[in-house]
Design a protein around this ligand. Sequence first.
Ligand code: HEM
Length: 194
Amino acid sequence: STPHTISGYDYGDPHLPHSPVTLPEVDRLKSALLWRDDDDRALREAGDVLADQVTEIVDAWYGYVGSHPHLAAYFAPPGGEPDHDYLERVRPRFEQWILDTCRKPHDQAWLDYQNEIALRHTRAKKNETDHARAVDLVPLRYMIAFINPITTTIRPFLARKGHEPDDVDRMHQAWFKAVVLDVALWSRAYTDSW
Ligand code: HEM
């Protein structure tokens, strides 16, 4: 899929509400998690390495969610079976997020779409985009916990294109920081104590 054909992918849509977080706050958050200039470069490299692997990566993540009923439950109505249409509609946006995480500048459009992704995990907007009838909230504790599988499982994909282990480590560290940054931003939608 190209961004234009991904259903429900609203990155850069001028009608999106602005994030309640400001860009200077993003900078302070990045400095708190030890973001460095060379992380930007390492992430762009990671984008080149991962670009033709995003389908396989999301397959791996979906396999992981699917094999844990208490996680698959968030793609299901309360007490019901996972909604496969819902899963398949979210998939291309998940693939695109991998590329965006590596490639997009941290500007207002990026920040506003972080806010949108956050809201789509909460009662504010979950299910709305895909007209799903699933559980209406992904709990914050699982958002935080997922930082680990989303980071750990990416490493073999980063190592697949013949880079030196040091380069793989740099890309992996930058990916880890980028995921922590996203989830830290997304937590704003869950709490007033941000
Ligand atoms: C949607 C990433 C945690 C369930 C999405 C999307 C992305 C994403 C990129 C698509 C956003 C878009 O619409 O463009 C992540 C990341 C996580 C995380 C990086 C943590 C590090 C979780 C967890 C669950 C979950 C723990 C529960 C098992 C969902 C669901 C949707 C979704 C159900 C569809 C939301 C909707 O109705 O619009 N996620 N996610 N996610 N994710 Fe997550």
